[in-house]
Design a protein around this ligand. Structure first.
Ligand code: NAD
Ligand code: 6OD
Length: 486
């Protein structure tokens, strides 16, 4: 059987390149496909196509026509749902349950949601008094920003790509997108769906490749890119910001996290355990919102650690198609090395390993995959690297606390500020504590419950700006105030 090649999509055409790289299945290390890396010339062509398209019909057609196209894209994803699920599972190794209930449906929903929202938002209008008594009218209109570079990570590949693409297209922009080199498949399928939905050539372009000295860097450096929307590591965000500074490009950044879960003494114990299992181990801990620092009131500490250990040890690391699988592998061998190094450092720094810490033993081809055991540590101080640096794996450290003020200070003593989860039956306390946490998103008695209208994003090293609802539309459009003297 010939191996499939994922091509770039430039100016309405699928184009290969001289340099192909391997797309590897993290379940068993097998080759899924080959991927055409876009070189500097291809990046230039894609940006040029987007520049041309941005002065053409896309921004000029009515908003309602554009929104119809977005809904067609959503329908196109639904029509090829099984292909999308299969491709997402092959690239990431995530459980069927996750890909089919979260990644792919959310990918389609992002287009429907922003299509509906874009048609209903208004802008400001101010009637103004003037000395002659006739007054003036001020009103704002939204215009496209132009050409936007969309750079996405590998953990929720279709979901996070479409979360940016849908509002950017709804606002009339043209796009050059780059998925992660680890997860090229659903992005390529999406390019086919967008092509079939009748989006004019050049409006959406897809480039495959790596970051530094490759497609990502060529794209973010390009002088004809007007804005960059990026989700990924904080260090990458910092590098992109440096490169983008020369042209003062607009930036939207969703970056790393070191999120805390706080379990108060009055928490519903079962709900807190169940919720913390999700917030630590979902997607093998590879969700930017995952809790890597868990703080449990001292009265519950031992019981909580024992129960979380018991449940972590019940997680099943199986083939993704099987119903029983609920913990997949890490994305790559390289990432596994980083995660295992974090575990070893935690042990060297005096951490107590409660469970996991190593690589599961398999007797089949999963031996060549990137699996790690679900892992729990206790016993480390706040200065330990496991509590300061993002791991992005299936791991948490559990610490006891005694007082509300103390735990708030501890949770805030990090360079990150993305999300937190609080477990308490006292909603007064839930609200009081939420307000004091230095993060962009707080969940009380739940985790990753998403209403797409709400602001989403982080502070400190976790990002710049907010996505979601109106916040996305604001980033992807330029507001112009028109003042008419009457
Ligand atoms: P990454 O930063 O390594 O890569 C993300 C994307 O940036 C990839 O497409 C990559 O090719 C590209 N890239 C890398 N270097 C680049 C450069 N110099 N110039 C231009 N592009 C470059 O991140 P990752 O490993 O793919 O994703 C995991 C990270 O993403 C974690 O830190 C996680 O917390 C973060 N993340 C954050 C959010 C959020 O909403 N805050 C969501 C998902 C993931
Ligand atoms: O649900 C979303 O919209 C979103 N941006 C999730 C981010 C998850 C990070 O890994």
């Amino acid at each position: 059987m010939t191996t499939k090649t994922h091509k770039n999509y430039i100016a309405g055409e699928f184009i290969s390149s001289d340099h192909l790289f391997d797309n590897i299945n993290p379940i068993d290390g097998s080759l899924i496909s080959r991927v055409a890396e876009a070189d500097q010339a291809m990046v230039d062509n894609a940006v040029l196509a987007a520049v041309k398209a941005s002065s053409g019909e896309w921004s000029a057609i009515s908003l309602s026509e554009r929104c119809k196209v977005l809904r067609k894209i959503a329908d196109g994803i639904d029509a090829r749902f099984d292909e999308f699920v299969e491709a997402e599972i092959a690239d990431t190794g995530k459980p069927y349950e996750h890909a089919s209930k979260i990644d792919i449906p959310r990918g389609a929903e992002n287009f429907r949601f922003f299509s509906d929202l874009a048609k209903t938002v208004s802008t400001e209008c101010f009637e103004m008094d003037t000395p002659d008594g006739n007054g003036a009218l001020n009103y704002a209109i939204r215009k496209p920003m132009g050409v936007i570079a969309v750079i996405a990570p590998w953990n929720l590949p279709l979901l996070l790509l479409t979360w940016k693409l849908a509002p950017a297209l709804a606002m009339g922009n043209c796009i050059v997108a780059k998925p992660s080199e680890e997860t090229p498949s659903t992005a390529t399928l999406l390019a086919e769906v967008i092509h079939d939905a009748g989006v004019p050539p050049g409006v959406f372009n897809l480039l495959h490749g790596f970051g530094p000295n490759s497609t990502g860097e060529y794209l973010t450096k390009h002088e004809d890119i007007d804005a960059i929307t990026f989700t990924g590591e904080s260090a990458t965000g910092s590098e992109i910001m440096r490169v983008a500074a020369k042209d003062v490009k607009s930036l939207s950044f969703e970056l790393g996290g070191k999120n805390a879960a706080i379990i108060f003494e009055d928490a519903d114990f079962e709900a807190a355990i169940e919720g913390t299992m999700k917030s630590v181990f979902s997607n093998c801990g590879q969700v930017c919102l995952c809790s890597e620092r868990v703080y449990v009131h001292e009265s519950l500490f031992e019981k909580f650690v024992l129960e979380l250990k018991k449940r972590a040890e019940m997680l099943v690391e199986n083939w993704p198609e099987g119903q029983s699988m609920n913990l997949g592998p890490l994305i790559s061998q390289e990432h596994r090395k980083k995660v295992l190094d974090c575990f070893n450092r935690a042990i060297n720094e005096g951490g107590k390993l409660i469970t996991g810490g190593g690589v599961p033993k398999f007797s089949d081809t999963r031996k060549a995959g990137s699996w790690v055991e679900p892992t729990i540590f206790t016993g480390l101080g706040e200065e330990a690297s496991l509590l300061t640096d993002e791991v992005f794996g299936p791991v948490c450290h559990i610490s006891p606390f005694s007082a509300e003020n103390e735990v708030i200070d501890t949770v805030n003593s990090t360079k990150y500020g993305l999300a937190a989860a609080i477990w308490t039956k006292d909603l007064q306390k839930g609200h009081r504590v939420s307000k004091q946490l230095e993060v962009g998103v707080v969940w009380v008695n739940t985790w990753f419950l998403r209403d797409l209208r709400t602001p989403f994003g982080g502070i400190k090293l976790s990002g710049i700006g907010r996505e979601g609802g109106l916040h996305s539309l604001d980033f992807y459009s330029e507001l112009t105030n028109i003042c008419i003297k009457l």
